[in-house]
Design a binder for this molecule. Structure first.
Ligand code: V47
Length: 408
């Protein structure tokens, strides 16, 4: 493969001409020794699409149960059975209470991800969603990964379509991107052998799009996979997005009023090794995080948004990621547990002020969005880096106090 790999200069030309990159181009980008060149090219695409606009939302994470029939090697969060030490399953009242306690500064999105619990009735999930909407009618419910939807279908004897329609009827608005891991069977069979396959994951998203639901997609990188597996993963997602965009376009041109869904955002997730079956592997470094963001931005030419997920890479690397192709920092989150269990040192939540500062300091324009990327609030771009503003304010304060002393 090495001999046939295109040069970086050829890829640069293609990107500037708006041409689609191939798997071999992806391999060149992953092997390019000069990370800054890859980042700058991804930044060109990011700025072509969004200029300096950089998104975040006010969201909240909830895991109602960590009891899970699957035994993923990378997971530090799940417990195989109820009553095992550390296992938890919330009652509906407990789950609803979590949202109720946030109603003084309510999130606009609730992101729920769970284990694959064998002992709960399907009505637990529909009641859960209905209860959240009773508490806050306009909250966006981004709940259940494609792996959970696949599990519900198998476990409760329904089709993907039935599961999705029943959950939507109860209040589900969109699907998060979790559970994608690495699609290639050589890797998936070793790290996640007993849950939805890569094809199952893609099929759930395909059905959701057909029903008009927006979804996200992720990739868990930095464990046993190779760069080839990462490129393969990105191309499978790009293929699904081609299909969904074509259907959406055809429906619109036929005068259809039924909305069609697409993949809204791609989120690369850095593997965290603490307390799981791959604990002997080192976590990916900042360079790998930034390179993976940049290559994803360049390969996924039909995705509008690429998130730098600050929980997985840490806020510092996520902030730099805004110059490596990312246009979104995810949200305030509050109460993240999956990454905490796997050893992430990131804070469990950030305030809106923290996110605005991270974005402004990176020279970008903060935009608070809702889950569907509608603008909630557009902030000003800082005239100079926030740190410089802070120094200026401190100087001004000092001058003022000297003046006050002279006058008194
Ligand atoms: O599916 C689990 C990953 C995901 C580990 O859709 C791990 O907007 C690293 O999907 N090290 C859940 N990663 C989080 C997720 C997500 C995050 C942010 C935004 C969105 C979105 C979705 O976390 C799981 C799995 O792939 N994960 N364990 C670990 N040890």
């Amino acid at each position: 493969m090495t001999d046939t790999r295109p040069s970086f200069a050829e890829i640069e030309k293609k990107v500037r001409a708006g041409e689609r990159l191939t798997a071999e181009d992806g391999m060149t980008l992953f092997h390019e020794p000069n990370l800054l060149k890859v980042g700058a090219l991804a930044n060109e695409v990011r700025e072509r699409l969004h200029g300096d606009r950089t998104y975040f939302n006010r969201n909240m994470r909830l895991e109602v149960t960590n009891v899970c029939m699957a035994s993923c090697l990378f997971c530090s969060f799940a417990k195989l059975e109820e009553h095992m030490p550390g296992s938890h399953t919330m009652t509906l009242d407990e789950a609803w209470h979590e949202l109720e306690t946030r109603m003084d500064n309510p999130p606009s999105e609730l992101h729920v991800v769970n284990g694959l619990h064998p002992g709960l009735p399907f009505s637990y999930y529909t009641d859960l969603l209905k209860g959240f909407k009773r508490i806050k009618a306009d909250i966006h419910l981004k709940c259940f990964t494609a792996v959970e939807i696949h599990f519900f279908a198998r476990h409760y004897g329904k089709t993907y379509e039935q599961v999705l329609l029943e959950l939507r009827e109860a209040g589900l608005d969109s699907l998060p991107g979790g559970g994608a891991e690495i699609f290639h069977p050589d890797v998936r069979s070793r790290i996640s052998h007993d849950k939805a396959t890569g094809d199952d994951y893609l099929e759930v998203h395909r059905v959701a799009h057909r029903l008009g639901m927006m979804t996200n997609a992720t990739m868990l990188y930095g464990h046993i996979e190779t760069f080839e597996h990462r490129v393969d993963h990105l191309l499978r997602l790009r293929g699904l997005q081609d299909e969904s965009l074509a259907l959406a376009k055809a429906a619109a041109s036929n005068g259809g009023t039924e909305p069609r869904g697409i993949l809204q955002a791609f989120i690369p997730l850095a593997f965290h090794p603490d307390g799981n079956g791959m604990k002997n592997l080192p976590a990916p470094t900042a360079v790998d995080d930034l390179r993976t963001l940049a290559v994803s931005r360049l390969m996924l030419d039909n995705f509008e948004h690429v998130k730098a997920y600050w929980v997985s890479s840490g806020p510092d690397v996520a902030q730099i990621g805004l110059a490596f192709g990312a246009d979104d920092l995810d949200g305030t989150i509050v109460h993240e547990t999956i990454y905490k269990a796997a050893g992430s040192n990131s804070p469990s939540g950030l305030t809106e002020k923290d996110l605005v500062r991270l974005i402004r300091e990176a020279g970008r324009i903060p935009i608070e969005r809702d889950t569907l990327y509608r603008v909630v609030k557009e902030y000003d771009k800082a005239a100079m880096p926030e740190a410089a503003l802070k120094v200026r304010d401190r100087k001004a304060e000092k001058h003022l106090s000297i003046l006050k002393e002279i006058v008194s």
